[in-house]
Design a protein around this ligand. Sequence first.
Ligand code: ME8
Length: 504
Amino acid sequence: MQNRYFTTPIYYVNDKPHIGHAYTSLSVDILKRYFSCLGQNSFFLTGTDEHGQKVEKAASDASIDPQKFTDSVSQNFREMSGLLNLSNDDFIRTTEERHKVSVQALWKILEDNDDIYLSKYSGWYSVRDEAFVADNEIEEREGKKYNSFGSELSWVEEESYFFRLSKWQDALIEFYDNNPDFIVPKSRSNEVRKFVESGLKDLSVSRTTFNWGIKVPSNNDHIVYVWLDALTNYISALDFPNTNSDNYQKYWPGIHVVGKDIIRFHAVFWPAFLMAAKLEPPKQIVAHGWWTNEGQKISKSTGNVIDPIELIESYGLDEVRYFLFREVPFGNDGDFSREAIKNRINGELANNFGNLIQRVLSFIVKNLEHNIELTDNNKNFKTFLDIMDLEETLNSHILDYRFDEYLKEIFLFLNNLNNYVDKQAPWALKKTDPDMMKEVLSNICICIIRLTQYLHPIMPQKTIKILELFNLDESFKSFSKIEEILDMKSLKINQPEPLFQKIE
Ligand code: ME8
């Protein structure tokens, strides 16, 4: 069986988690849960990036020792994982010993392979992005220098080890050619390729002017550049340097889900480091778009950071999950607006999905003493057969990270089912044709259960509640369990409560 490995970026601990971090983590949670519903195994890693100049500065601004500072902020990210109901298998911190060992081992391999040499760096650096910036990428405003993300640059001049990135230019192009799906979406792939083709310069991979990092094993005056340190987390968590370990063997190479801001680090530097170390490059880099808040860039200085805790308290976790992945195609930028989330919750979750369940199950409770007989006709009911067939389409949407299309397909069927209820009018059939009424209700229930299974990866809590309304326990979230349900003679229905609160 195929084992998949999905990662989120490890987040900087200079700040509190916000909606952008939640978005990436939730996307990987959806993937993990989806494959689990299919009965397939995957490993989900997230964590925190705790070294570097930016974190050291944040700690010093707060007058706290960097280790204490990172302990406390990393905890916020761990708590966010709980709050978002993430199904991660591991949470890695770059200040852990297992990671330090792994980074130093990778460094030694690169040095032994003559891919690292000592020289001097002088140039511009963005502390916010922890990135060296080439001259042709610098923008100048009012006498200050910025990179293309608008981060202010500072001048750095120090002895530094360099990684021979230029040596890997052709190998990278060949790798992209041989793996056309390495970078998704395609538009990002072209952008990365252009960057590599324009000529790669060797990359500075150590710093000497501050201390907060992992020491270069052969020269303790240097600390490892925070991106070489951070990227290595993806294999530290699989027990690197022990490449014979179960986890490494089972899960590497992995799929890295990231925001478009850090694609270059993942699609250029990281595969080059791995190739130089004679390790397999990652399987895929999936870059999603950027969220703005009511049309504005989200930033601490504008004060418009969206706090996931506040959002979940206002709208509910599964409602937020639904909104984020229905509203915007994964690779595109998206705007968060209160009006948009309200419309999705009221129109699609409350009026369409919630209302269907509420009216059908209440009717069964009231008129059939909580009991619905499952007729054999389900197996021939056209809509049900179409919904069963949907599995293949949905699978292709997930494999291509089209979460919005995945949800669209399901909600089309929910709409159809609402129309079917209106047309068949079980409340009228009750008097004229009770057998037909039972058949109609049985058809609807079985369709709701199937669609609920499909929706589980996106809305794990609500869907478990829905299964419980049918007296089906959590194990029935597995797609293959539908066969078992079809073999049941009847289902006992519990009195439903409205599932989604309308937003005024
Ligand atoms: O870059 N919209 O960490 P980071 C969408 N430590 N996604 C957003 C977002 C927004 N407005 N803001 C943040 C780092 N993100 C490094 C990563 S990995 C080896 C090291 C998400 O805390 C998105 O996934 O700045 C982005 O790539 C990530 O947070 C950046 O997190």
